[in-house]
Design a binder for this molecule. Structure first.
Ligand code: SF4
Ligand code: MG
Length: 325
């Protein structure tokens, strides 16, 4: 709820205010039990910061995170420790997130060891079961990460994330480092696991087609804010924010003759230390009006579960259709 996060930048100088980047600017959304909430946006828009704040890894500058009715920043250490077991994270780079000196058995068992769960034998059989769940054979047991391909390493990271039987897994660009042919396999595995054990995912990606494939609902981020939230089908059928549309028009379609015109973004992403006034997107928006330069649009409901932060959301879909056809 209303998450804010500022990071100081540049050097500290006496008697001078330190500049800061607003990495998160009033971010609010819900993730429902059992769903996949996709968070999409260009790199640097604040997606990973959302994840880190949400997991309690870094404190927000403002706002709250609730998990099962508990504000996680009000919990004492022990309660937070217990809660953290229920939330796990998988990172983009399975090459650097697995310790190269440890065997697969040690890596996957690590959360159990840290939390002192089970005997050595029990852990061993749990690891065997987890490897099976992610499609690896027990032959992986005594081998090292470098002996595996990128896709297999991500499976190992997933097995480790499952060790403590979490409720929520944050997937931070989990397939971005993988070949396209391997991406679908890992995404399908995540879906399968969700069905089998009832997991909830926050799925972060800069790649709209990946997010489309796996999400139930999607939030689109731009410069530290969520500018559109919608059920996945609705978002792709009826994108309402001009930024969402420009992202979508850049997606390749199976039949190139059916490709609409690309809605090109004007200019570059603005400097986040000095973000534009008014609508943060106005410097790049093809629909911007005078008031966009001064008035900041908040998220408003425009349909069943569909929220948009744009003064002209009622008009945008029309305009966008015209441009795309
Ligand atoms: Fe564009 Fe204005 Fe809508 Fe912002 S509020 S997205 S500048 S039309
Ligand atoms: Mg990131």
């Amino acid at each position: 709820r209303h998450l804010e996060k500022q990071f100081p930048v540049g050097e500290w100088r006496p008697f001078q205010p330190r500049e800061s980047v607003k990495a998160l600017d009033d971010v609010s959304f819900d993730i429902r039990k059992g769903e996949t909430f996709g968070l999409v946006g260009e790199s640097g828009c604040g997606k990973s910061t959302v994840a880190r704040v949400m997991l309690g890894l870094i404190p927000p500058s403002g706002g709250q995170v609730h998990f099962d009715q508990h504000n996680i920043f009000n919990l004492d250490r022990e309660a937070l420790r217990l809660l953290r077991k229920r939330m796990q994270i998988i990172f983009q780079d399975p090459f650097s997130s697995l310790d190269p000196r440890k065997t697969i058995e040690k890596i996957v068992a690590e959360p159990l060891t840290v939390h002192r769960i089970g005997s050595v034998d029990e852990r061993r059989s749990r690891v065997r079961e987890l490897l099976g769940r992610v499609g690896l054979t027990p032959a992986a047991f005594n081998r090292y990460p470098h002996e595996f391909s990128g896709g297999q390493r991500q499976r190992i990271a997933i097995a480790r994330a499952l060790a403590l039987d979490p409720d929520l897994i944050v997937c931070d660009e989990p397939v971005s480092a993988l070949d396209v042919s391997i991406q679908a396999q890992v995404l399908n595995l995540l879906k399968q696991l969700q069905r089998d054990i009832g997991l909830t995912y926050l799925f972060i990606s800069h790649d709209l087609s990946v997010v489309k494939h796996i999400s139930d609902r999607v939030g689109v981020m731009y410069l530290g804010s969520i500018i559109e939230i919608a059920p996945v089908d609705d978002l792709f059928r009826r994108p309402m924010h001009p930024y969402t549309l420009s992202l979508m028009s850049a997606l390749p379609v199976p039949d190139p003759r059916a490709q609409g015109r690309r809605v090109l973004l004007q200019g570059d992403v603005p400097n986040p230390i000095h973000p534009p006034d008014g609508c943060r997107f106005h410097t790049r928006c093809f629909m911007a009006e005078r008031r966009c330069r001064t008035q900041r649009p908040g998220l408003k409901v425009w349909g069943e579960g569909h929220q948009v932060a744009c003064h002209l959301a009622d008009r945008s879909n029309h305009t966008l259709k015209g441009i795309m056809s």
